[in-house]
Design a protein around this ligand. Structure first.
Ligand code: SF4
Length: 323
């Protein structure tokens, strides 16, 4: 078992539902309770909803496009779209067969909708169109021209490669921060550009609904900024400028911020607090061993609305027999 980790997704899941957090990060513990439950969980953890897959494929097509553009200066867009379409069609038809016995880690099974036998008629074509539309929106935007310019003016460019996580690159070097010595923090932006030693630009694509409630910079973006600083062995922004841009597709609506020292201090404090909360669910609160408490210590959400679309709802119901 690896040591306790923090990510924006992880703490969001914990705040959403403790039981879902158990299934997402400690579900392997079901093996000692019941073999059948554990097998069911092993299948369910591989599944995602069609909406989530659409987000993943949007990130993938944008990443492939940007990698090709950087390398060759131009991209055969029709070919790229057709490759993505073929990829999605192949996996969708595999997922439809619902034969979970042949799972391997390179062969993602796609959809929780298939597992729960929901109607997916016409949904694949709709999803492909959404992914294509997101790419088209980016290419037609002014942002596209700016990114092209950055390829020639920036000293360093980072483009994430979704589906091929590089854990060494994703790691945020928090070892030197008191209280976080044994904690793994993972974060990787979608796109980053560095101009000289002091000027950074970070882009993050969003393909879901825009959150109009929150107006400030998100924790996710703050962590990206912290990561940039820690790479230079400091937590002080000093005279550096770190510019953050959150872009909502397909509208290309952008929210942007320039990171402040207060943002950095806040996110360090937030991670420390979150870790203290996460420790309440592990034996002896020991982040190195990171052994989960009994599944009964993880409470279910009282919101039935959250359960309707939860991937783990079947195993969650069956687990009640063991409580
Ligand atoms: S089905 Fe509901 S209670 Fe169970 S894990 Fe999912 S969200 Fe939590």
């Amino acid at each position: 078992m690896s040591s306790l980790s923090w990510s924006n997704t992880r703490i969001t899941v914990l705040e959403y539902c403790q039981k879902k957090y158990f299934f997402s990060y400690y579900g392997y513990a079901l093996k000692s309770i019941d073999e059948h439950l554990w097998q069911l969980w092993s299948t369910l953890r591989q599944l995602k909803s069609l909406d989530m897959r659409m987000g993943e494929m949007t990130h993938k097509i944008l990443s492939l496009y940007l990698h090709m553009l950087k390398k060759h200066g131009e991209v055969d867009i029709d070919r790229l779209k057709q490759d993505i379409k073929k990829d999605m069609e192949q996996i969708f038809s595999l997922s439809e067969k619902r034969d979970y016995s042949i799972y391997n880690k390179d062969l993602h099974f796609w959809l929780s909708e298939h597992f729960y036998e929901e109607n997916t008629e016409g949904k694949l074509e709709e999803t492909i169109q959404k992914v294509w539309k997101n790419l088209d929106a980016f290419i037609a935007s002014q942002r596209h021209q700016k990114v092209k310019n950055w390829f020639t003016t920036a000293h360093h460019i980072y483009i994430e490669s979704p589906g091929k996580p590089n854990f060494a690159l994703m790691k945020v070097d928090v070892e030197k921060i008191p209280w976080l010595e044994h904690i793994s923090v993972m974060a990787a932006p979608d796109f980053g550009a560095m101009f000289g030693e002091k000027w950074y630009l970070i882009l993050d694509w969003k393909s879901g609904k825009e959150d109009i409630q929150t107006s400030g910079i998100t924790d996710q973006l703050k962590v990206y900024g912290l990561k940039v600083l820690l790479k230079q062995w400091t937590q002080d922004i000093g005279d550096r400028t770190i510019h953050m841009d959150e872009i909502y597709l397909p509208w290309m609506h952008s929210k942007w911020w320039t990171l402040t020292q207060e943002d950095i201090n806040n996110i360090i404090e937030k991670i420390i607090q979150d870790i203290e909360y996460q420790k309440q669910f592990i034996v002896d609160q020991d982040p190195i061993q990171n052994i989960p408490l009994s599944h009964q210590a993880f409470k279910r959400t009282s919101s039935e609305k959250k359960c309707i679309s939860c991937t783990f709802r079947k195993v969650c119901t069956l687990l009640k027999d063991f409580e």
